[in-house]
Ligand binder design. Structure first.
Ligand SMILES: *Cc1c(COP(=O)(O)O)cnc(C)c1O
Length: 436
């Protein structure tokens, strides 16, 4: 079955064992224990370079790429982003602090969130976050107030809702008019907040932002969104005289969790978007603002893999079979949240075509603690065998919890044949560390 090697960093060696980033997996499981998050650092760097090169090429040397760090946020990743020359999105004090500790140049950080508290705002300014992406008018006033106290001018983008439905999961669609994010063009609130921002003395309006959704495969979505946004930029210019210097069109390019999903050609997609935007700008008789992309998932997802050890295998005759692993919704809540598809395979050998299908489940006390249904499985799978869940680099460690007081797994970076611990495994002692 060739449906398992869904990214070119996956192979099987001569004895059939699954390898990731050129490394055999069982020695890593032995060395670090399971569950274990592995990252292919070379793949992360390759993805950053693909984006940066594509944007520079398509937009004639201009343009920015910001890694949406909510996909996976820890020090080592911010160091990589710094080394690769990426900007970043941050959404909380925790992300800001982590990026700061990694020595990330914070003037290249963009602060998102639909609800920044006064504390968040002051914190971000203290750490020199370059841009705030402002969600609404009340927040704008709050930023003005804190910036005035600090006697500074804060650069901002305004988050605009273009009214685009990206036809993806409802939970990850964010560009529709009724979204909790941003100010809608359709309701007039987008124009209103732009005028407000232009009137504030501690605010420097640099441009606009939109983000239509996540796990998007249709390039059409970005064409529709940029069409609406550029028209808005032109309308604002005519009404107020303000010409946006920046237009951030968000993230959302899809990745391959299962073989039937396509692999998106990022460079070709960006080239198509750029060509469309240039034409549209000419049509609207405006200069094209500097364009920013904010990929999260597509930078880190297929650079990640989770290793589990099988425990209980339960066959309920006439019903279904369960294979339980030593992790679950605590390290991967995405099936429970969105019903997300995954490829889960035994490490020791490829599953034959006509294999039995099982439910791979976690160890939490929840019936919904399922990693995936209908997973083709080896007949002899049993206690102690390793399973790999593929494409787990995005929204896994960052969404991990301690439900049932399960300690979170370690994170190990693989690079140039070396393995290096980025985050050690949590211990029960860590879980009580905050209790006073
Ligand atoms: C989540 C998010 C992104 C990244 O989305 P991906 O699907 O991970 O690429 C980019 N921008 C904003 C504002 C986001 O909220």
């Amino acid at each position: 079955m060739n449906n398992e090697l869904i990214c070119n960093n996956l192979t099987r060696n001569s004895s059939g064992e699954l390898c990731f980033a050129g490394r055999e997996l069982s020695p890593l499981a032995l060395k670090y224990g399971t569950p274990l998050y592995l990252y292919d650092e070379d793949r992360i760097r390759e993805r950053c370079r693909t984006y940066l090169k594509a944007v520079k090429t398509a937009f004639d040397g201009r343009g920015r790429v910001l890694y949406a760090s909510k996909a996976a946020s820890f020090r080592r990743l911010y160091e990589i982003m710094k080394e690769e020359g990426m900007g970043i999105d941050v959404v909380s004090c925790g992300e800001i602090y982590t990026a700061h500790l990694a020595g990330f140049p914070m003037e290249k950080a963009y602060f998102h969130s639909n609800n920044k508290t006064d504390e968040d705002i002051a914190y971000a300014m203290k750490y020199g976050v370059g841009y705030f992406v402002v969600d609404n008018a009340k927040e704008l006033y709050a930023i003005e107030r804190v910036a005035a106290e600090k006697e500074m001018r804060q650069r901002i983008l305004l988050r605009i809702t273009p009214g685009i439905d990206p036809h993806t999961y409802a939970a990850v669609a964010t560009g529709k008019v009724d979204s909790k994010f941003g100010s809608a063009i359709e309701t007039g609130q987008a124009e209103e907040i732009t005028k407000l921002a232009l009137g504030l003395s501690h605010i420097e309006l640099c441009g606009f932002h939109c983000h239509v959704g996540s796990q998007v495969f249709d390039s059409d979505v970005y064409l529709r969104a940029t069409d609406v946004m550029l028209t808005f930029v032109a309308d604002i210019y005519r009404v107020t005289g303000f010409m946006a210097a920046e237009l951030d069109i968000g993230g959302g390019y899809g990745v391959r969790y299962i073989a039937s999903q396509p692999e998106i050609d990022i460079a070709a997609n960006i080239a198509e978007v750029a060509e469309f935007m240039k034409k549209k700008a000419v049509e609207l008789q405006i200069e094209l603002p500097e364009v920013a992309f904010e990929p999260g998932r597509s930078i880190v997802a297929d650079a990640g893999l989770t290793l589990y050890t099988v425990g209980t295998v339960k066959r309920i005759p006439g019903y279904k079979s369960y294979v339980s692993v030593d992790g679950g919704m605590t390290d991967n809540p995405r099936f429970a949240l969105y019903g997300s598809p995954y490829t889960i395979v035994p490490v020791k050998e490829t599953v034959p075509e006509d294999a039995e299908k099982v439910s791979v489940v976690g160890r939490c006390c929840e019936s919904g603690d399922i990693l995936q249904e209908n997973v083709p499985m080896l007949k002899d799978i049993g206690r102690g065998d390793l399973l790999a869940c593929l494409t787990t680099g995005a929204y896994h460690y960052s969404m991990a919890s301690n439900y049932n007081r399960i300690p979170r797994p370690a994170v190990v970076m693989l690079a140039g044949g070396e393995d290096r611990l980025a985050i050690r495994r949590e211990l029960p002692e860590d879980l009580v560390a905050l209790e006073v």
